[in-house]
Ligand binder design. Structure first.
Ligand SMILES: [Fe+2]
Ligand SMILES: [Fe+2]
Length: 232
């Protein structure tokens, strides 16, 4: 006999919105000013804009999604270290594990974004060079990963703030891209990952959903900034 266990530790990720709510979410983002980005964020955004252009594109978003999951990986790693450290305090270790679960779920969500962007890049036949799409994302990810866990150990709210800024940048970039490219309203969602990510009325709505996910990531990081430490 086999026993099937529910997996409450595998959350579904940010909520999926319908057509009407996606449009409302886009308007809300466009009417909300961007956060004030700090030095570390600007150190990442400046080379990205220089190498991939200031305006959004599927290739630029694919690059950004490659580095988007990095802080969540860093927090996951620090979390496992903390679970081990607090092994004698089960309630605290459990709270740390809940943060690990959240970090893993957000990594998965960013991975779907990356797969969707890569699919759109390939459908449009855009070239991706080794330098711009392998070496540069690796170098920026390397920097981002180590900054994320070091900041977390020094002062967790700094690490959450850096991610909130990155997510804010992503949310606005997606929503502005949709506004600047009205032809996307008439382009059907190819649905390459419809079973896992949902199917949308158009590529515009698909991008709005991704933009809204980024907002959820941002708000989660901001909530953790307010209560960064799990220890009492
Ligand atoms: Fe993303
Ligand atoms: Fe994100």
């Amino acid at each position: 006999m086999t026993i099937t266990m529910n997996r409450p530790e595998a959350p579904a990720g940010p909520v999926k919105l319908d057509r009407h709510d996606l449009r409302a979410a886009q308007i809300e983002t466009l009417e909300t000013p961007r956060m004030k980005y700090g030095l570390l964020s600007r150190m990442m955004f400046a080379p990205v804009d220089l190498l991939y252009g200031k305006r959004g594109s599927f290739t630029k978003f694919a690059m950004l999604e490659t580095i988007a999951r990095v802080p969540y990986q860093a927090w996951e790693r620090v979390g496992y270290w903390a679970v081990h450290r607090y092994r004698g305090r089960s309630a605290l270790a459990r709270r740390v594990f809940e943060r690990i679960v959240e970090a893993r779920s957000d990594q998965d969500n960013e991975q779907w974004h990356l797969l969707i962007m890569q699919d759109l890049v390939q459908r449009d036949g855009h070239r991706q060079s080794w330098l711009l799409h392998r070496a540069a994302p690796w170098a920026i990810s390397f920097f981002y990963y180590h900054v994320s866990w070091i900041l977390f150990l020094v002062k967790p709210e700094w690490s959450y703030r850096l991610n909130a800024e990155f997510e804010d940048h992503a949310e606005h970039s997606y929503m502005e891209f949709v506004a600047e490219n009205p032809e996307l309203e008439h382009r059907p969602d190819p649905g390459a990952y419809a079973a896992e990510y949902g199917r949308y009325d158009s590529v515009a709505d698909l991008m709005r959903q991704i933009g809204h996910d980024e907002r959820v990531h941002k708000l989660d990081s901001m909530a953790h900034m307010a209560a960064p430490r799990l220890t009492d």
